[in-house]
Design a protein around this ligand. Sequence first.
Ligand SMILES: [Fe+2]
Ligand SMILES: [Fe+2]
Length: 329
Amino acid sequence: MKNIRLEVMEAIEPMIDTYMDEFLIPPDEIWQPSDFLPDSQSEGFFDAVEELRGEAQELGYDFWVTLVADTITEEALPTYESWLMDVEGINQQEGKNNGWSRWVRAWTAEENRHGDVLNKYLYLSGRVNMREVEISTQHLISDGFDIGTDRDPYKNFVYTTFQELATNISHKRVGKLARKKGNILLGKMCGIIAGDEMRHHLAYREFVKTILGHDPDGMVIAFAEMMKKKIVMPAHFLRESGGKIGEAFENFSNCAQRLGVYTAMDYIDILKKLNNYWQIDSLRSLSDEAEKARDYLMKLPDRLERIATRMRFPEDQYRFSWVQANGVL
Ligand SMILES: [Fe+2]
Ligand SMILES: [Fe+2]
């Protein structure tokens, strides 16, 4: 039996260089964490750190919990790279010319700066218990994740398209909250990370669009299957020291909901945007199964909206070991 997915991945592969030029920025040109952090070689380092710590005082408990969880999510990058390298059609073994593995490496290299800058910021801020944060990070990488995509490139690209936009939204909102409280530096950091996430989102969105041109049946069915399972966040196994797997994630999600950093409505908005950009509604000449998938996807936003309006989130703050409670939102 021929593997259509492998054929499609090979058919798109010659376009990887164009995608890299369009959606990624070479290491010598892109921003680096040091551009935003106090320069430890400069005379004014300690003054700059003091200023950074002063600005960090204004931000409250839910904010820090969200920023810590965002940081740990970024720090679990080894999980994401190794997962993507294992996807069908992405092959790092057969010569360096497999375009897809080059893409994954270059994407990883960009992503790596996110955890780097946020981790250093958290460390300097003096507002979080870094040892507890580090334990959670080690747990998360060790626990891995299961995002329900299997080794299927179609499902994985739906996932990454969705996820990159979700992180764009949450980093952008965290940055806005920081700026509102006078924390200009953190606002800039989150804003610039959000910009990276947007470029990545646009790239993965394009991959799916191209696959739709080659194999609309397979692609739309894979999209619907992902949405049926729900897109889980990459840190869904997040835990604290001594805690059970996934426990910290739920409490963090409640924080993010309360802050309005990432909500159920955002999930629905992303789905609508994807349906729209991929023109799911206008897919024609599909198999019966693919038609069902298309119709499911088109009806899903309304269904989810009805559910979302009924959802309630606990108002009381769970006490994380990462952040000293100070009661301020
Ligand atoms: Fe990121
Ligand atoms: Fe990302």
